[in-house]
Ligand binder design. Structure first.
Ligand code: CAA
Length: 258
């Protein structure tokens, strides 16, 4: 499918989606979000793809929701359209592992979109922030919730109330970014991480992602039960037999995703 606001390709077992609206610093207008939803769904359904990388450009991952598009909306418009819901949540619903590779601005909805990924690899040029308060609103795509869970109350309040932008090293220090890499190595690092994940047993990767996510959505007791059930269930897979046999035989496993 041809996309206006995205570049979409596969690199081996990795699906790569690059936001491509450079004139507006990849501001997340509704047509872009609809395209993103479609591209993510296509990769989720593609058996050849084991992990997905979501990236932007050099200047911006995304500078937020499209302010010009939403400036005139009323409360009634937002409620009727279910604004910042349809399509926006697609990244958080992807079953396959998703890495956000962030260079430049990841502000507002851009930061929120990055946080929907399973982890963020940041270029040294990355700048993260939730500046919505500076334009009279608050984060609307999960910023108050995912940021607080990722970095704790103090930093989340600091960022959401002051709207200040943090650099890549601060983002890594506080647990928002998993790694910081030189800007020119960003895509290679993200692709290597995604390819490594895609080379694991696919069912184990899905289960691992779902289990870590459960830690943010349930009690410890429930989460531990969920983890234990998933762990036990993986002993019914061919990949568990292959992985453990390969270890004993001192060879690389040949996983089949079964
Ligand atoms: N929406 C629409 N257009 C945007 C945009 C956005 N979020 N961010 C940047 N642009 C546009 C600018 O209007 C400009 O377009 P024109 O050339 O047509 O004027 C172009 O992108 C380049 O931007 P700047 O000239 O402003 O570039 P800069 O280098 O001077 O500044 C910036 C960069 C600091 C990121 C600045 O663009 C900025 O502050 N952008 C807005 C950031 C923001 O407030 N994001 C939150 C949006 S609200 C939200 O996301 C709600 C939610 O929770 C979902």
């Amino acid at each position: 499918m041809p996309y206006q606001y995205l570049n979409v390709e596969t690199k081996g077992p990795v699906g790569v989606i690059a936001l491509d609206r450079p004139d507006a610093l990849n501001a997340l207008c509704t047509p872009l979000i609809k395209e993103l939803e479609a591209a993510l769904a296509a990769f989720d359904a593609d058996d050849a793809v084991g992990a997905v990388v979501l990236t932007g450009g050099e200047r911006a991952f995304a500078a937020g929701a499209d302010i010009k598009e939403m400036a005139g909306k009323t409360y009634a418009d937002c409620v009727r359209e279910n604004f910042i819901t349809d399509g926006w949540e697609a990244a958080s619903h992807l079953r396959k592992p998703l890495i956000a590779a962030v260079a430049g601005y990841a502000l507002g909805g851009g930061c929120e979109l990055a946080m929907m990924a399973d982890f963020i690899i940041a270029a040294e040029t990355a700048k993260f922030g939730q500046p919505e308060i500076t334009i009279g609103v608050i984060p609307g795509a999960g910023g108050t919730q995912r940021l607080a869970r990722a970095v704790g109350k103090a930093k989340a309040m600091d960022m959401v109330l002051t709207g200040r932008t943090i650099d890549a090293h601060e983002a890594e220090r506080i647990g928002l970014a998993a790694r910081v890499v030189p800007a020119d190595a960003l895509l290679d690092e993200a692709l290597a991480a995604a390819a490594r994940i895609a080379g694991m047993g696919r069912l184990a990767a899905l289960a691992a992602k779902a289990a870590v996510n459960a830690a943010f959505e349930t009690t410890l007791a429930e989460g531990l039960r969920f983890e234990r059930q998933s762990f036990h269930a993986l002993f019914s897979t061919a990949d568990q037999k292959e992985g453990m046999a390969a270890f004993a035989e001192k060879r690389k496993p040949a996983f089949t995703g079964r």
